[in-house]
Design a protein around this ligand. Sequence first.
Ligand code: UDX
Length: 458
Amino acid sequence: MHKISVAGTGYVGLVAGVCFAEVGHHVTCVDIDEQKINMLKQGISPIYETGLEELMQKNYVAGRLDFTTDYIHAYKDADAVFIGVGTPEQPDGSANLSYIATAARQIAETIEKDCLVVVKSTVPVGTNDKVEQFIKDFLVNNVKVEVASNPEFLAQGTAVRDTLEAARIIIGTDSKWAEEMLMKIYEPFNLPIVSVSRRSAEMIKYAANDFLALKISYMNDIANLCELVGADIQDVARGMSFDERIGSKFLNAGIGYGGSCFPKDTKALDYLARQNGYEIRTVKAAITVNNDQKTVLYRKASNRLITFDGLKVAVLGLTFKPGTDDLREAPSLENVPLLLDRGAMIYAYDPVGSDNFRQKYPESEYKITYVKSPEEALSGANVCFIFTEWDEIKAVKPENYKNQMRTPLVYDGRNIYGIEDMKDAGVEYYSIGRQAVIENKAVRLSNTHNTNHRLYSA
Ligand code: UDX
């Protein structure tokens, strides 16, 4: 077993550290935030992630996992240091690598024995070369140091499972020594390992994430066309899914993808391509479709209603997907400001995301009320938007919209309900890529702007 240190106790670093300890390695997680380290030592996870806290506590008690702000102590005799710090997006789409640089410099100045530095954070192709050079430039002791790339593919809400039962582990190394060391570290996981060059590993991360983003945007594009020609996107997706070459996952059309990865990684690949004098047309198309998709329901509602001024608008779901309190790039963040600008009074419900949303849109400054149940949001509402498919929201019955709203007008960005069920309940219902239900009839929507696929009217 190896002595491993992990730089950064954010999503990537913490989950990796805990899972390395779980398979038997001796792990020290390092962060500059003392408060966070104290919390972790008490067994409290700063992120909400199924199963993480239990594993954290178990391995801490077993003595295989520790947390510290003392990076000198943590790095000096580590066999490997994994870097899992953030690489936030900058306004031009490029990644901010300053946290990586800080960690790299600390490693260079402290290691006292041969050490493999492994970059887990998502970084532009070529970054690992630069990190290795940077560490060598600042190296204090006469030891061997190499950098390897080891991107992760965990999704929020299933991060522990995604790590311990990963479909594959990607390791990118440019030497036998680094390859063998990483292979050994991952041996106890007993998972398929794909060993490639550093640059290929860096590219795999973007290529995989952007392919999924593309898949979703493709389905959203097809969904918009389905509406116009009277087809149903869910039936179309089901029919496609039986072809193993297509697969059954990530075929759900909706209000657009959000989160910390797809929006950032598509923009980063576009940036990388431009930097290299290339135009990556497919990924650019995914970005464009997604940007438009986020407001497709708002535009439908704008065509249906003369005004939002003074209307009570129920918003069900604020987070970018269920199972997380994360709002990054969530469709709600595009739509709520538009509705507020048009004078709507928002009643928002989310099982866990309201506190984060409130920080951006406090009740004291905006006409927004955060409520504790879908029913409170719907009571007396003129229109309802559904942005996240939480179980609590899926549990709302079609007749609740009819009975509780002042006018049962529903815009569903996650295709939660069956068309027939909403028709039977007497709800006016618009969703994504399917017929609308208007006056108890399922109808095809027509595009009022042939040259501009963004606008629809009922
Ligand atoms: C994603 C990748 O799945 C993961 O491998 C990578 O490491 C990080 O990015 P995450 O952002 O946590 O993970 O969530 P994911 O479940 O992939 O969903 C991303 C977005 O796509 C969500 O907004 C979701 O609503 C949307 N989505 C997903 C769809 O609109 N349709 C689908 O069929 C699937």
